[in-house]
Design a protein around this ligand. Sequence first.
Ligand SMILES: Nc1ncnc2c1ncn2[C@@H]1O[C@H](COP(=O)(O)OP(=O)(O)OP(=O)(O)O)[C@@H](O)[C@H]1O
Ligand SMILES: [Mg+2]
Length: 318
Amino acid sequence: MKGENGNLVSAVEINNLSRRFGKHLLAVDNLNLSIKRGEIFALLGPNGAGKTTTIKMLCCLLRPSSGNATVMGKDILQAPQAVKQVINVSPQETAVARNLTALENLILMGKIYGINSGKTRARAEELLEMVGLGKRSGEAVKRFSGGMLRRLSIAMALISDPCVLFLDEPTAGLDARSRKSLWELIESFRGKKTVVLTTHYLEEADALADRLAIINKGRLVALGTSEELKQKLAGMETMTIKAEDLTQKAVERLEENYPRVTLTDGKLIIEAEKLDFDTVVDCLRAEGVRIKWLSMKEPSLDEIYLKITEGGQMDESA
Ligand SMILES: Nc1ncnc2c1ncn2[C@@H]1O[C@H](COP(=O)(O)OP(=O)(O)OP(=O)(O)O)[C@@H](O)[C@H]1O
Ligand SMILES: [Mg+2]
């Protein structure tokens, strides 16, 4: 993807990328995707959807069966070394040297990336502070909890100051406070680094990602901002009303505007793609209905996710 002045604006360009395991499993199926520079991009999808396989191919850890991709303009097949210089990854299965301390793990990672050792130490200390492990930096990581290992793994991915950072389920197993502080860290990269993350927490994608892609059985089934997905694939808005003096006539009057009206357990439920608060209230008041309580619910990302990952596949333009 090129900008107005002809410069490459995409960080990751994926073209017809596929990966087969054995004869029968197409883990990634002809994926096409363009991720912009400075974007926080979330990959969502059920277990086994192909998220990790995609990330491994983009990080040159796994060869595609067909198709190709570029990262910061560098070709993953032709120039894997150049790709590795501009990326780093915090893998789903945290890979750390368990007998080394947190600080030593970071320094080791710095060495692998050929960073000057004086600089590495200062940066390692800064990063450990940033991920909340400053006080534990001298401790052997075999004593770390799962959440601490996740945070260490992210610090390790940041040591090389990568342009593109891949985070495979960065907040899996983190407690609410750690997750929040990691969100803040990821948020601070917006516009500066490109972050491609996978997550099973829809509220995480909703809160963090500029755009998100949902993949199912290796195929891209939805792409856009969370607002776009909510609008395009939407879910209905729902209004639930408790009222006195509800009459059949009032229900019929509502049905003229919104065909899906149900009355159950004394509650009136109205569903529509777009509900107008005033219209509903005016209809009911005109029929002498006294509203006791009313709640409105927007379609959630969860509903959309469940809809498109359960009921077969939808193409990107859906
Ligand atoms: N090395 C491998 N050999 C054989 N099959 C594999 C291999 N790696 C992944 N697979 C299969 O490819 C499919 C996609 O796996 P992948 O790890 O990419 O899923 P995922 O979307 O990351 O899932 P999760 O959310 O559980 O992490 C799965 O069916 C998995 O079993
Ligand atoms: Mg995975």
